[in-house]
Design a protein around this ligand. Structure first.
Ligand code: UT7
Length: 331
């Protein structure tokens, strides 16, 4: 039986490692400069996990905060979805590890792999599961430890990435506000613009591949840049049209934090002024699956999102994939 109650984000949380890697630290590692990184990307520093911290550690920290803020006990959670491309192990998914560590005894658990769009994809899944009447409350985590899959010899990519996690509890809500709609999409013809060439079933990792760094992220930066600007404006405009929302009604736009030039151009194209766009990429760089929920959490913590605000989110990335959503903030 369809659930016709409002469905909303009930609480948000974050988990980031303490270690900061600045642009000037990177100057000592590869042939780059603070000036280049800042002017081309807007990134000033990023967080990096020490060797003993991995995906589930950040996920548990963020999830505990989101559960506490949403007033959720472990037995209230019906399902946990973890959006990540850097799980603790290649097999199994990390969601089960998180489920066990948090004592979510009733929860189903799975990972969702849609890279930087992953958390918005996962939030849409949670929304659908709850709307269907199957579940009431779902923990949706976006987390990545990109430092483990970044090629630290490739200056064109390593300066972009960082580690972090954001989480939200999504559930039935008695109030008047909640999630309104999502738009999800993919174009697999661009799958090789952003990928890890070796280590999968097509090309298992070889010694030569390891030495050449083909087990690390490869990105055709300019192709992804063009795709990002175009798709972000298209998916948001579609979502706004479908729900009779004018861009000027958006109180805060929380985009994927990949590059300030992408954020700037997309916001302009959509018609949202930059003072209504949340940016924290100068502190964290691109954290892939964590990017949108980490930004959403900080926006709320800083009082940039209040009850009743119209909030738009958007992710895009490897796949190629994209996902956007709009909601009226519920608390
Ligand atoms: O989350 C997934 C989505 N990913 C993205 O959204 C990333 C999208 N792409 C981008 O953000 C940009 O394409 C980059 C930031 C990756 C690169 O910026 P760009 O303005 O497209 O630079 P470019 O690749 O055209 O390179 C310009 C120059 C090149 O030198 P030459 O050939 O002009 O002499 C590069 O070798 O900058 C050089 N370069 C660097 N120089 C200093 C590339 N990386 C660096 C670096 N430091 N780190």
């Amino acid at each position: 039986m369809l659930n016709n109650k409002k469905i909303a984000i009930l609480g948000v949380g974050k988990g980031v490692p303490e270690k900061v890697l600045t642009n000037s630290d990177l100057e000592k590692m590869v042939d780059t400069s603070d000036e280049w990184i800042t002017s081309r990307t807007g990134i000033k520093e990023r967080r990096i996990c020490p060797d003993h911290i991995c995906c589930s550690d950040l996920a548990v920290e963020a999830a505990e905060q989101a559960m506490q803020r949403s007033g959720s006990a472990p037995e209230d959670i019906d399902m946990v979805i973890v959006a990540t491309v850097t799980p603790d192990y290649p097999l199994p998914g990390v969601a089960g590890i998180v489920q066990d560590r948090l004592g979510l005894i009733r929860a189903a658990a799975f990972d969702l792999k849609a890279a930087c769009s992953g958390w918005v994809y996962s939030a849409a899944c949670a929304f659908g599961f709850i709307r269907s009447g199957l579940y009431k409350r779902i923990l949706v985590i976006g987390v990545d430890v990109l430092s483990r899959i970044a090629n630290w010899h490739d200056r064109s990519t390593c300066v972009l990435f960082g580690d972090g996690c954001g989480a939200a509890v999504i559930g039935e809500h008695e109030g008047e506000y909640g999630i309104i709609d999502f738009d999800l999409g993919a174009d697999g013809s661009g799958s090789r613009y952003l990928y890890i060439p070796e280590g999968g079933s097509r090309t298992p990792l070889t010694r030569e591949g390891l030495e050449a760094g083909r087990n690390k992220i490869f990105m055709a930066g300019q192709e992804v840049f063009k795709f990002a600007v175009k798709i972000q404006s298209e998916t948001l405009s579609k979502l706004f049209r479908r729900n009779n929302v004018a861009p000027e009604e958006v109180d805060l736009f929380v985009p994927h934090q990949a590059n300030i030039r992408i954020i700037d151009s997309s916001a302009k194209r959509v018609g949202i002024p930059m003072d209504r766009v949340f940016v924290n990429l100068h502190k964290y760089g691109n954290t892939s699956g964590a990017s949108v929920p980490l930004a959403l959490c900080e926006a709320w913590e800083q009082g940039r999102i209040k009850k009743g605000d119209l909030v738009a989110v958007c992710g895009f990335g490897a796949g190629l994939t994209w996902a956007s959503g709009i909601m009226k903030w519920a608390y």
